[in-house]
Design a protein around this ligand. Structure first.
Ligand SMILES: [Cu+2]
Length: 155
């Protein structure tokens, strides 16, 4: 009983005063089996923690969150990272499972999963139309020839 109370106190005390910062690298390695990848591509953080995506070299990358907890309103996306050191930070407050990919390397399987607090249960997340994101970024036309972001990414 005492132990349970102590644990609860620690959890309360750990947010947001001790919010942590994490880094996910956007890596291109021509010698690797998978040449474009996030490192790490799976990460668990706590609500209030911040994740910074940073380009590890001069190959362009662009982060888009394509599947997020339903309560998330924002489009979470980076600008195009053209150069080494280009970065994008976001503080995650809503618990659940977040999936992201690199837009230019989507077809090459450059993607990742972020868990904030606890994983979402089935039905608690929604797909975000990342082509809308691209449109927002480029200020391009309204055509939407692609289907919406798939929500069936396998781990
Ligand atoms: Cu990429």
């Amino acid at each position: 009983m005492k132990k349970t109370l102590l644990t609860a106190t620690l959890i309360l005390a750990s947010t947001p005063a001790f919010a942590k910062e994490y880094t996910i690298k956007e890596v291109t390695d021509d010698n690797a089996k998978k040449q474009n990848f996030f490192s790490p591509d799976k990460l668990t953080i706590q609500p209030g923690d911040t994740v910074t995506f940073v380009n590890a070299q001069d190959t362009p990358h662009e982060v888009m969150f394509i599947n997020v907890p339903k309560a998330v309103d924002a489009m979470i996306m980076s600008p195009m990272h053209e150069k080494k050191g280009d970065s994008f930070s976001y503080t995650f407050t809503i618990p659940g499972t977040y999936k992201f990919h690199c837009h230019p390397h989507e077809a090459l399987g450059m993607d990742g999963t972020l868990i904030v607090g606890k994983p979402s249960k089935p039905g608690q997340t929604k797909a975000v139309d990342h082509h809308k994101m691209a449109k927002k970024l480029e200020g391009g036309s309204d055509s939407d020839h692609h289907h919406a972001a798939t929500s069936t990414t396998k781990d």
